[in-house]
Design a protein around this ligand. Structure first.
Ligand SMILES: *Cc1c(COP(=O)(O)O)cnc(C)c1O
Length: 359
């Protein structure tokens, strides 16, 4: 990575930016009387301290996360979901109408949406038929304006992890930023890239509390990177991007690592069992390998089956008309009861729709 230069990658307006300085930034000590932030000094209709602005740097959460993730607190940026972190990367590093980024479809749709919102050109190096990186194609796309390569591993919607050696190749040979979205890492048998942060100054890792931690409604995304990258993103983030209720709930949840670990173990067991059942179903053409809490299934009559399941009040994700996932449904692992209901419904469909000459 001899030619990696963060100074060259960051947008000039961000490098030159004087960030907003909040009341809590300007006075960090303890006082008896706070008359510096125009809050309602009488309180609020809610109990506790909701009349006060929350900690803009979420120090208590970062301290706990630093211990759990084995990084320094300064290497963490928290967002209102990973989606805010994704947008921040675009806004700090990609000049609208000039720069480009590369994505590897089929993958998480937010990279593309965020690119479009920010008027940043999106180049695509589709995954190979086994849903692994096409390094040769990827290399041909990179040009002087390529700022970010977006990787997702385990990948959504395919479920598989990308080969470690392929990701290493990208990290070693691309002088822009490499984002690895690890939203599903807790369900994977492969280890996180966090321990490689010290080796790769161009690496950004995204994780979230929305999946394994069971806190999709709370909205907390984490970005892990070098302190230099985090400082740049920090300048551009909205000062109070993580609300007080979220901060309180997250602090409580982070003490429950053991409970979360046992849920992960249960979900992975159920995923493996469910995938085996699907593999035996006559209507299933292929069950793709999964390191996540969902899996992708190819079925010859996927759209019909999707609609039938909706009639049975069971909703899966229809990816059947999406390029690279033709005839596929993406199925999230449910509770034991939900999984049984799904399997029984599919068995009934099969009985009612025997194969024909055309099928
Ligand atoms: C679900 C998911 C996320 C999580 O987004 P949040 O905004 O944190 O809820 C991020 N990346 C991928 C690939 C996902 O599937």
């Amino acid at each position: 990575m001899s030619s990696f230069s963060l100074q060259k990658l960051v947008r000039k307006n961000i490098a030159d930016l004087v960030p907003y300085s909040s009341a809590r930034d300007e006075f960090k000590g303890k006082a008896d009387v706070y008359l510096d932030a125009n809050e309602n000094s009488l309180g609020s209709p809610l109990p506790k301290w909701y009349h006060r602005y929350p900690d803009p740097q979420q120090k208590a959460i970062k301290q706990k996360l630093a211990t759990i993730k084995k990084v320094n607190a300064e290497q963490i940026l928290l967002g209102n979901g990973s989606d805010e972190c994704i947008d921040l990367i675009f806004r700090c590093f990609c000049v609208p109408g000039v720069d480009n980024v590369i994505v590897c479809p089929p993958t998480y749709g937010m990279y593309q949406v965020s690119a479009h919102i920010n008027d940043v050109q999106l180049l695509q190096a589709p995954l190979l038929p086994d849903y692994q990186l096409n390094l040769a194609h990827l290399e041909t796309l990179v040009n002087a304006h390529t700022k970010v390569i977006w990787l997702c591993s385990p990948n959504n919607p395919t479920g598989n992890s990308l080969h470690r050696t392929d990701i290493e190749y990208v990290l070693n040979n691309f002088n822009g930023l490499v984002v690895i979205d690890e939203a599903y890492i807790n369900f994977s048998k492969h280890k996180s890239w966090i321990s490689e942060l010290e080796n790769y100054p161009n690496l950004i890792i995204l994780q979230t509390l929305s999946k394994a931690w069971g806190l999709a409604g709370v909205r907390l995304g984490m970005l892990l990177a070098s302190t230099d990258i985090v400082s740049i993103l920090n300048k551009a983030k909205p000062p109070y991007n993580i609300p007080q209720p979220t901060q309180e709930l997250v602090l409580k949840a982070l003490d429950e690592v053991a409970q979360v670990n046992s849920m992960i173990e249960h979900l992975v067991d159920m995923r493996n069992a469910l995938m085996e059942v699907f593999a035996e179903m006559p209507l299933v053409e292929k069950v793709y390998p999964s390191d996540a809490n969902f899996f992708l299934v190819k079925m010859s009559r996927a759209r019909e089956i999707y609609e039938y399941l909706v009639e049975q009040s069971i909703v899966v994700r229809d990816r059947s008309s999406v390029t690279f996932t033709e005839n596929c449904l993406r199925i999230t692992v449910g509770t034991e009861q939900e999984n049984t209901k799904l399997v029984n419904a599919l068995a009934t469909w099969w009985e009612q729709n025997p194969p024909t000459a055309q099928s």
